[in-house]
Ligand binder design. Structure first.
Ligand SMILES: NC(=O)c1ccc[n+]([C@@H]2O[C@H](COP(=O)([O-])OP(=O)(O)OC[C@H]3O[C@@H](n4cnc5c(N)ncnc54)[C@H](O)[C@@H]3O)[C@@H](O)[C@H]2O)c1
Length: 441
């Protein structure tokens, strides 16, 4: 099949590379010329395990090419996949400007029957609106398919190839058969439904994942106050098959471009239609409080943050990605700096120059260098390489050995054995000891 994928981001690039690997003739178009130039030069604009190899292989085999020219990319294609960003707007609804700009260009540039597959996450009703718009005043047919994407950054290639389910919303039995054939390589349950349901499945899934994370963080905060080891609690609760282990990880909460955006999007849709959606508002509030909570704990243990040196291990919003969109690290670092703290960062993939300009930090080449002489260290990304750290060496190199494990990456026992202070509630009698270590510096 001749396929045009619009958007060379996490979803578009991965979809394009895999469809090319399935021997479709794929062109991936993006209006960001720099991105396309980089791709043409063999440089991927995003970090995603396994993607570079897939892109290189399929470019060599000539199943995959890149361009910044939309009209040229659309010429003669049998299917168009829309994978542009739908970032949150001020009012909580997704901003669909890019999405509609792309859709409108199809009516101008496509003169044959074509399938338009929507992979961007869009509000319920968008598929229908796109179909109405595209099929007005044209003699050929645009068959719209809502096929929301469920891949996770960091494991995107794997997730695309091994999804828990495929969701396809379309209204014509003929197109449904074509979709069955297209996705034949996927060995997973395949849900064929209408446009509205497909769109809702995406929102309902992401808001449920967000809810699970905020739920376990609420339990973590309760454990801190009343006792209980949240790592044991989360593991045991998750062993109940009705609940499951996934997304039951306590910590600094979710970030990235999807969970908060889609939960907000669901709230906005509920409000437009007069449906009570308070539950999802709480999910978001709990999530952002986790970031505040970390800075509060830090201030409690160090007395105040003025002139205090803080190491941050991990900037990415999650492991195995270079994405900083809505990353807890950005909010937390900004807050520490505002309170007078000095921040040194280390991340194995994210360059600190990607942080917003107003955030001034120093960068270290490795975790040990980041922690040298600091008053506290905070882990904000669950990078696997952190698990191999020599914690005793890290502890010895610090000015005051305060450790905040924002991802519950380490066993508590291991941190205590390495000689760290773990700021937890209720406030500990050890904090004056920590503070005297700093003033004796
Ligand atoms: N990132 C994820 O993990 C993920 C997972 C599932 C679904 N989604 C959804 O998929 C969509 C895309 O997400 P993403 O993370 O891949 O976004 P992204 O920001 O990484 O990529 C979007 C790309 O679209 C391009 N683009 C925007 N307007 C364009 C235009 N007019 N013409 C051509 N290209 C244009 C941008 O330059 C960018 O490269 C969003 O709706 C998102 O909610 C994302």
């Amino acid at each position: 099949m001749k396929i045009c994928v619009v958007g060379a981001g996490y979803v578009g690039l991965v979809s394009a590379a895999i469809l090319a690997d399935w021997q479709h003739n794929v062109v991936c178009v993006d209006h960001n010329e720099q991105k396309i130039e980089d791709l043409l030069a063999g440089k991927l604009p995003i970090f995603e395990p396994g993607l570079q190899e897939l892109v290189e292989l399929n470019r060599r085999r000539q199943y995959l090419r890149f361009t910044a020219e939309m009209a040229e990319a659309l010429r003669g294609c049998e299917m168009i996949i829309v994978a542009v960003g739908t970032p949150p707007a001020e009012n909580g609804h997704p901003n669909l400007e890019d999405f509609w700009a792309v859709v409108k260009s199809f009516r101008e540039n496509v003169g044959n029957n074509v399938i338009v597959m929507i992979k961007s996450t869009v509000p319920v009703g968008t598929g229908e609106a796109v179909s109405l718009y595209l099929n007005e005043k044209v003699s050929h047919t645009f068959s719209v398919v809502s096929a929301p994407e469920f891949l996770r950054q960091g494991t995107a290639v794997h997730d695309f190839l091994h999804p828990d389910r495929l969701v396809v919303g379309c209204m014509s039995p003929e197109i449904r058969e074509q979709m069955k054939e297209l996705f034949q390589p996927l060995d997973c349950p395949k849900v064929f439904t209408d446009w509205h349901s497909a769109e809702m499945i995406k929102y309902a899934s992401n808001s449920f994942l967000a809810l699970k994370i905020s739920y376990i963080n609420t339990i973590a905060n309760l454990c801190e106050a009343v006792g209980g080891n949240i790592q044991d609690v989360a593991a045991a609760v998750g062993l109940d098959h009705r609940i499951g282990q996934a997304y039951l990880k306590p910590g600094v909460g979710f970030g990235g471009s999807c969970l908060a955006k889609d939960t907000q999007g669901l709230i906005a849709q509920g409000e437009v239609h007069g449906v009570n959606v308070w539950m999802f508002k709480d999910v978001l509030e709990v999530n952002y409080e986790q970031r505040v909570h970390i800075v509060q704990r830090l201030t409690e243990v160090l007395g105040n943050l003025k002139g205090r040196k803080i190491a941050i291990l991990g900037l990415a919003f999650k492991a195995n990605t270079d994405d900083l969109r809505d990353a807890p690290s950005v909010t937390i670092i900004a807050q520490i700096i505002k309170l007078g703290g000095l921040v040194k960062v280390y991340d194995p993939v994210v360059d600190s120059s990607s942080l917003p300009n107003i955030i001034s930090v120093s960068t270290a080449d490795n975790p040990y260098a980041a922690c040298q002489g600091v008053d506290a260290v905070i882990v904000l990304t669950e990078w696997e390489e952190f698990l191999d750290l020599d914690l005793k060496r890290l502890q010895k190199s610090m000015n005051a050995p305060v450790f905040i494990d924002g991802r519950y990456l380490f066993e508590r026992k291991r941190l205590l054995e390495a000689g760290f202070f773990l700021p937890e509630r209720p406030s500990s009698s050890e904090w004056p000891v920590v503070q005297s270590m700093i003033s004796a510096r």
